[in-house]
Ligand binder design. Structure first.
Ligand code: FES
Length: 168
C-alpha cells in the first residue's frame, strides 16, 4: 500500500508571471469588448423625439397658391448626423390653416410640381394629378399626397413628422 502525499510548492516566479500575463489578457479583452457590448446592447443616445423644423415665413403666402419652400433638416445615418436640403409644397388654406405636402409623388416617388394652368399638382413621370387638398385627381397614384405635421408660430411655419395620405 502506497500513499501519495501532495506537497504544495511555494509560488514560483514562473507562476507569478503567468498570472500576470493572464490578468493582462483579461483586462485587454474587457477593454476591447466593452465598447462593442455598449454599442450592441444600449439604444442610441439620440432619441427620436418629435422634432419641429423651421421651414420659413408664410406671411406672404396667398390662399390657394402653393409654394415650394426649402429648408434644412438634420438626418441621422448610423452614428453620423447629416444636414440636408428638404422641400415642402406649402398651401395656405385659411388664415389659420396651412398644409405642407412632402415633395414626392405617392406613386413611385418622383418630384411633382404645381401646374398653374390646370390648378393642380402634376407628376410628370406617369401623369398623376393631385388637387389642392392633396387628393388624387387622375393617374396611377395609389393615395393622396403625404403631408408634414405643421405648426405655426406667428408667421413662421414648422414641420414635424410625415402623415401618409389617404388611399385613393
Ligand atoms: S411617380 Fe408620379 S405618377 Fe408615377
Amino acid at each position: 500500500m502506497s500513499s501519495q502525499i501532495e506537497v504544495q510548492e511555494p509560488p514560483s516566479r514562473r507562476r507569478f508571471y503567468l498570472a500576470g500575463i493572464y490578468g493582462l489578457w483579461a483586462l485587454m479583452g474587457a477593454a476591447l469588448s466593452l465598447p462593442a457590448a455598449v454599442y450592441l446592447l444600449l439604444p442610441p443616445s439620440v432619441s427620436r423625439k418629435e422634432e419641429w423644423i423651421e421651414v420659413g415665413d408664410i406671411g406672404s403666402l396667398a390662399p390657394g397658391q402653393p409654394e415650394e419652400m426649402t429648408f434644412q433638416r438634420v438626418r441621422k445615418d448610423g452614428w453620423k448626423l447629416i444636414t440636408e436640403k428638404a422641400t415642402a409644397w406649402v398651401t395656405r388654406v385659411s388664415d389659420k390653416e396651412v398644409v405642407a405636402y412632402t415633395p414626392m409623388c405617392t406613386h413611385l416617388g418622383c418630384a411633382y410640381h404645381w401646374d398653374e394652368k390646370n390648378k393642380h399638382f402634376l407628376c410628370p413621370c406617369h401623369t398623376s394629378a393631385f388637387g389642392l387638398d392633396g387628393k388624387v385627381l387622375m393617374g396611377p397614384a395609389p393615395r393622396a399626397l403625404d403631408r408634414y405635421l405643421v405648426k405655426i408660430d406667428g408667421s413662421k411655419l414648422y414641420v414635424g413628422g410625415v402623415k401618409q395620405g389617404d388611399e385613393a
